[in-house]
Design a protein around this ligand. Structure first.
Ligand code: AMP
Length: 223
């Protein structure tokens, strides 16, 4: 397929913290050649850069709460309007409230584009907790590892680029429970919003990374 005829894939990966949205979005954006927009990654960059938004967001991220809708909607507008998103995108971590989902629908209508699919990645609470508490990421290239299942030669260094591996502050046990409760009470209702629009699909995310990727690719018709 040429670039002109290639279907533009616009996808949301949805699901609780720890389900593997970031891991899958990184892999899929490479395979499908479309941008990965992770609102969590963007916020962490803002915090690291000490920007105004980062200063406002830091304590919210650290406590496992949600950043206010108006800030998030403003942020996502800029990313979806950027040239990088023209050929398609994968949203990871947005929307997280029904108000965000409604604003996203309005924004996409203004831009004259449609979402293809919202993929709800499903796992049990216990598995999510295990994954979050054993997750580390590379400071340099962003690769995410699981300390239990990934058999790292050196658990402090990235196997791809040698960068330092670190645990996110909000993956500490005292914050994990808070994030899952926020997901269950505020974010999960977004699923029925997309169910009513008829674009929601579910994937079992408890399998291996490779299996989940293949299942998602079959759903979006790219396998
Ligand atoms: P994540 O990396 O997706 O787990 O996001 C990390 C943190 O960033 C979340 O716990 C929230 O504090 C904040 N965050 C990310 N995306 C959103 C969003 N769409 N709405 C509100 N807060 C968000």
């Amino acid at each position: 397929m040429t670039n002109d005829t290639k279907q533009k894939i616009r996808l949301i990966l949805f699901g609780p913290p720890g389900v593997g949205k970031g891991t899958q979005a990184k892999i899929l954006s490479g395979i499908l050649g479309i941008v990965h927009i992770s609102t969590g990654d963007i916020l962490r960059q803002e915090v690291a850069g000490g920007t105004d938004l980062g200063k406002k967001a830091k304590s919210i991220l650290d406590s496992g709460q949600l950043v206010p809708d108006d800030l998030m909607i403003g942020m996502i507008k800029n990313y979806l309007r950027s040239p990088g998103a023209e050929n398609g995108f994968i949203l990871d971590g947005f929307p997280r409230t029904v108000a965000q989902a409604e604003s996203l629908s309005r924004l996409l209508a203004d831009l004259g584009i449609k979402l293809n699919m919202v993929i709800s990645m499903e796992i049990g609470r216990d598995t999510a907790i295990k994954r979050l508490s054993s997750r580390v990421a590379c400071r340099r290239c962003g690769t995410i590892y699981n300390l239990i299942t990934d058999n790292l030669e050196d658990p402090s260094r990235c196997g791809k680029c040698g960068g330092e591996l670190f645990q996110r502050d909000d993956d500490k046990p005292e914050i994990i429970g808070k994030r899952l409760s926020v997901y269950e009470s505020i974010t999960e209702p977004v699923k029925s919003y997309y169910g009513k629009l008829g674009i929601l699909r579910a994937v079992d995310a408890s399998g291996t990374v490779e299996n989940v990727t293949q299942n998602i690719l079959s759903m979006v018709g790219s396998k």
